[in-house]
Write a protein that binds this ligand. Sequence first.
Ligand SMILES: NC(=O)c1ccc[n+]([C@@H]2O[C@H](COP(=O)([O-])OP(=O)(O)OC[C@H]3O[C@@H](n4cnc5c(N)ncnc54)[C@H](O)[C@@H]3O)[C@@H](O)[C@H]2O)c1
Ligand SMILES: N[C@@H](CCC=O)C(=O)O
Length: 541
Amino acid sequence: MDAVTQVPVPANEPVKDYAPETPERARLEQKLKELASEHVELTATIGGEQRMGAGEPIDVVQPHNRHHVLGTLRNSTQAEARAAIEAALAAAPAWRAMSFDDRAAIFLRAADLLTGPWRDVLNAATMLGQSKTAIQAEIDSACELIDFWRFNVHFARQILADQPLSSPGTWNRMDYRPLEGFVYAITPFNFTSIAGNLPTAPALMGNVVIWKPSPTQQFSAHFLMRLLEAAGLPPGVINMLPGDGIAVSEVALRHPELAGIHFTGSTRTFQLLWRTVGENIAAYRSYPRLVGETGGKDFVIAHPSADVAVLKTALVRGAFEYQGQKCSAASRAYLPRSVWDRMRDDFLAEVESLPMGDVTDFSNFLGAVIDGRAFAKHKDVIDRARHDDKLAILAGGEYDDTRGWFVRPTVIQGADPEHEIFTTEYFGPILAVYVYEDGDYDRVLRQAADVAPYGLTGSIIAQDRAAIREATEVLRFAAGNFYINDKPTGAVVGQQPFGGGRASGTNDKAGAMLNLLRWVSPRSIKETFVPPTDHRYPHMG
Ligand SMILES: NC(=O)c1ccc[n+]([C@@H]2O[C@H](COP(=O)([O-])OP(=O)(O)OC[C@H]3O[C@@H](n4cnc5c(N)ncnc54)[C@H](O)[C@@H]3O)[C@@H](O)[C@H]2O)c1
Ligand SMILES: N[C@@H](CCC=O)C(=O)O
């Protein structure tokens, strides 16, 4: 008999701090040495088989030590994309027929493996391949991914339990079917947890997936795929295709069985994917579900009542952790003159003193930016700022790619709040600051609310309750994740469901029930126990 089970109650995975002399620090240091000494063949995984593809080779390096190659992938070809889709579609009937509990158990097991034996592997791979410090890797590739897997199971169970009313003589049920076809998951370089969540959330709901990681995240993606296999994921349910995705999209976006896209990355790439789906809309069996979380120009706004220590910490951590390469990173700050005058020197000195370098040296606060393209973009922004009389570089402004792609945390003051420095996402360690007269708080709130096209994250730093109230109202559509007296980064699964609107995405909130609902196509079933046998109604006499 089928039991109606309870899934384990999730709790957020505690964050280890990797302080000197701790056992976790020793284990992680050992794993960093091991992984750095290998050269890994970064294979595709199609129908459960690892294969080196036929496309051109791409070396994956350590961004902070860019001449050190960690492994090599091969760009996936159209033929490999077709093979992966066939493998996914072949795996679909058995996967969707599997009970929810059995599917859930695979991801719960993956979470438990990641709390234990796989934690060091994923953290070390993320540190080396994506240049994250130990704490930045820990909150991402360990804790957030563990949370995604545990909380998704809990939320999925709640969805399945949501059933319609039944009037006397009938029984109504909701059958939460997976989508027909395959889901195409495309993931960014900056979060291993997002790379893990985007293919597995649809898979938990019974879908089969083509997963295309970012080339610069492929080192940790490789180990993530092995972890899912170790947890018991059947062959073909998630098929991983490394590379730039161009050839994969040529096949996947034109395929009649494309059932959905689960994307995180830049606004530009998501708009390209959406446009291509639009152009092919008549070719699909179903309307593909399009879920995309994209860029941001995230703000910190301080009121004259702000606590200066809270503000400085929110700015330093919010703007510069992981080199500003979080979609949630503070990249524009609006500061009242009275507060700025009190904090300016200390704040700039603090920024100048942030230790930056090889992330395997645990004393560093920052590593390198992800690749040469990102480095060139930030260099260009800084060089242009130097020659722009509306801008003044107050801290940082140096860059050096001799050993790794290093860009110093940079603070640029702008006199014109409509300048591109307040509206364009650079995705690096560059913070734009606008200093306003204390009496202009209302005007600044309204200007900041709509000047950028995005709506992802933002913070208000104030002690005056009326000022907090006003900011919460005026900035209602300016951020999908809004923080009061905190940095705008570091959302925790189950606590601050994450995502934004406007050009920042479809705001389907990763790691929440809202997201999982996009991966089901519900069927209403009505059963009548004693059906009528005469078509005539009483009023007919
Ligand atoms: N809102 C969020 O939750 C969130 C989270 C993380 C990152 N981001 C955003 O992601 C961006 C940074 O990540 P990125 O540099 O990896 O973004 P990106 O758009 O350059 O790449 C994202 C992914 O899309 C792939 N891609 C690009 N063109 C493709 C195509 N034609 N077909 C298939 N795949 C294709 C890339 O290879 C990568 O895997 C920033 O804009 C950041 O704000 C948003
Ligand atoms: N969820 C993460 C950001 C993910 C995007 O890069 C945060 O809240 O900082």
